[in-house]
Design a binder for this molecule. Structure first.
Ligand code: MUC
Length: 91
């Protein structure tokens, strides 16, 4: 199942999150190498990203996102994706 995910990160002023950001990057790379986090794009001008996750269930996605090191500082919006009948790959 594919999910479009937007993550907006807000770090409280003065909080040192250097280690947390490094851990987040390591986990993001791990999930990308595993084929779970299939797209990761920076939203220009924001500490935000558009991502696509390929997971087996809503519960799996929730588990992955809620375990991210930066999760306590994220606002997350999720959109489930379905195949579009006009997509070239669907012909
Ligand atoms: O930078 C972000 O958008 C937040 C988060 C997502 C991947 C990562 O390394 O950090």
């Amino acid at each position: 199942m594919l999910f479009h995910v937007r993550m907006d990160v807000t770090i409280p002023p003065g909080l040192d999150v250097t280690d947390r950001v490094a851990a987040e990057k390591a986990r993001a790379l791990e999930l990308q190498r595993a084929g779970v986090w299939v797209h990761l794009w920076r939203i220009v001008g924001r500490y935000s990203n558009f991502s696509v996750f390929d997971v087996a269930s809503n519960d799996e996605l929730h588990g992955i996102l809620s375990a991210l090191p930066l999760y306590p500082f994220m606002r997350i919006e999720i959109t489930p994706l379905a195949t579009h009948p006009s997509e070239l790959a669907a012909q």
